[in-house]
Structures are given as C-alpha cells and as structure tokens.
Design a protein around this ligand. Structure first.
Ligand SMILES: [Zn+2]
Ligand SMILES: [Zn+2]
Length: 342
C-alpha cells in the first residue's frame, strides 16, 4: 500500500510502498478516507517531539471505512464509517479502567509511536474506533479526532461555565473548534486572537470577537473589551512564550489559563502578580479522553460544531503536498486545516 513516512528527523517525509498492516483478533483494518495534517506532525518532522521507531507513518487524525475485522471484534462491522481515537490503549491498566486512557501504561499514539494514517490503510483496536454518522464528511471526522478533541478537553480542563468569558490564542485548526465549543458550553463572549485577517474573519463568523494581535496588544485589548476585568478562561494553542504570557495576563481574578500549544522554550511567570495576587490558575492540557469524543461527534452531527470551513484544503497522499503543508504549519501560514484524501 501507499504510505508517507518520517524516515529521518529534520528531513522531508518520504513516499514508500509498504506491506499491508496485519490485524489481531481485537483489531480492525480501516481504509483511510481522510487524514488531517496537524501542527504536531510538523513538530515530529522537526524533531521537537521524538518519534520512534523510524521509519514511521505519521497521521493521527484519521477517518475511513472498516474493511476487515478481527475474530473477536463485536461492535463494528465491514463497511462501517469510523473515525479513530488516536491512542492505541490496553483497556486494562489503572489509567484505562479509570477513564483516563490517555495515560495508559502501554498506550501508543498512532502516527507517533505506531503507524498512523498517512497511508491507504491503518490497523487499530476496535476499542479505538467510533462510528462516524453519515452527516459528517470524512475530512471533518478526521479533524474532530485531534483538533476539536484537544479544544474540548482544554475547555473542560479550564472548567468553563455558562456565562463566563474566554479567549482563544491561535485561530487555527484547534482555535476554530475552541471558539464554537466554548460557545456551545455556554460561554458568553469568546475572543479569538490571531495575526491572520482571514483566520480572524472566519473565527468571527463562527461567533468569536476578533482581536488582531498584529495591530494591537491583545492583553490590553481584551482588558478594554471586558471593561478591565479580563477573561475567565484563556486557551493558549500556539506554544510560544509570548502568547503563553498573554494568555496568563488576559485573565480576570480567579481566571484559568490552559496551556495547549507545544513549545520548546520555557515560560517565565511572575508568580506574585500573575498567580498568587489574582488567584489565577495555570493549567496544562494534553490530548483528550476517549469519553469526550461521543459528545464531539454529536455536536458535529447536529451542526453546533461546524467544521465545513475549518477544513480549508484537501491534498492527495503524496510526499510533495504533505511536506508543503507541514512547511506552512511550521511558518504559521494561513491554512486552517489541510486534510489528506488518499
Ligand atoms: Zn493533532
Ligand atoms: Zn491501559
């Protein structure tokens, strides 16, 4: 089958013809119909986050059709449309049995520690499959599995409540979901901070109040727009110390800043003025939980979460366009979400 793999860190991904994946008794073989390209994939290619073993088929935002099932598979059947929870987990360890399988002792993220979706097929445990309703196109189903899921988990970590205000730093693939999900969870006002006019316009059309950080200091602007109070919850989806700092400094008293963006530089915090004084919280958020995915699929099925304009481009399963899409992410380009359609 066709696959695009990371062979050497710091080098472009390479197209290879590879053997079909084999499936175990509890696994299913999925024909990939869509695989999202995520900012994390650019980090993996650059070596900011280790990937092993190499070569590795990247891609952790995957939707497709079940084409073969193992002998002990009971819930899904041939021909089912599915999207994939990107963790391959054991289902039996302390973390799995307490609903926190993202920390599974044997957990492996697809496209990171086991082969992912930049390919014609992927093998995955039935446990990691979710039925994708007909109303949701494959490209959107794929994007739900990481960008939207990460945004929902971050909002839950930030304990957003009805009537509160939120700020989303970074109006990309995650940010567009974060804006809509914050509103769906009852946020009164959601500010979207970015430097790309087109992304800000899209965020605004999805219900956000745009804040153009290329024209204004976003902290001062958010304070102005909230009557000096600041926001209850801020999400940092970029991974730069500057925007992490802005997310923290945009908070109201008792505000919660959730760090989601992957960065390789530390954040310096003035604990007295930024944490203790206003009793704010600085919270880490990583991945998402399997139990959060049915809600996301439901919200997408009923149109509350609209990804139709978030998936801004589809490309074929070829190394050239995939590497170009990763370059665009590395340079914080204007694309919102690029999805591979094999
Ligand atoms: Zn991702
Ligand atoms: Zn486990």
């Amino acid at each position: 089958m066709r696959a695009v793999r990371l062979v050497k860190v710091g080098q472009p991904l390479q197209f290879h013809d590879v053997p079909f994946p084999t499936i175990g008794d509890f696994d299913v073989l999925v024909r990939v119909r869509a695989a999202g390209i995520c900012h994390s994939d650019a980090h993996y290619r650059a070596g900011k986050s280790p990937v092993y073993p190499l070569p590795m088929i990247l891609g952790h935002e995957v939707a497709g059709v079940v084409e073969r099932v193992g002998s002990r598979v009971t819930r899904v059947k041939l021909g089912d449309r599915v999207c994939l929870h990107y963790m391959v987990t054991c289902g039996n360890c302390y973390y799995c049995t307490t609903g926190n399988e993202q920390f599974c002792e044997k957990g492996k993220m697809i496209g990171h520690y086991t082969d992912g979706g930049y390919a014609d097929y992927i093998a995955i445990p039935e446990r990691s499959t979710l039925i994708l309703p007909d109303e949701i196109p494959f490209e959107q189903g794929a994007t739900l599995m990481c960008a939207s899921a990460t945004a929902l988990h971050a909002l839950r970590k930030g304990r957003i409540r009805g009537g509160e205000t939120a700020a989303v730093f970074g109006a990309g693939g995650l940010g567009m979901s974060a804006v809509q999900l914050a509103l769906a969870l009852g946020a009164r006002d959601v500010y979207a901070v970015d430097i790309h006019p087109a992304k800000l316009a899209l965020a605004e059309s999805l219900g956000a109040i745009p804040v153009d950080a290329s024209q204004t200091d976003p902290v001062a602007e958010i304070r102005r727009l909230t009557g000096g109070k600041g926001v209850d919850v801020s999400l940092e989806l970029i991974g730069l110390p500057l925007t992490m700092k802005q997310a923290l400094r945009s908070l109201s008293v008792f505000g919660r800043a959730v760090m989601v963006g992957i960065g390789d530089r530390p954040l310096e915090v003035d604990t007295y003025h930024e944490l203790l004084g206003p009793e704010t919280e600085l919270i880490g958020s990583n991945d998402h939980l399997l139990q959060e995915l049915p809600l996301l699929i439901d919200l997408a099925q009923r149109g509350t979460l609209d990804l139709s304009r978030v998936v801004s481009r589809t490309i074929p399963l070829e190394e050239g366009p995939i590497n170009a899409a990763l370059d665009d992410l590395e340079h914080f380009g204007s694309e919102v979400r690029t999805v591979i359609v094999p």
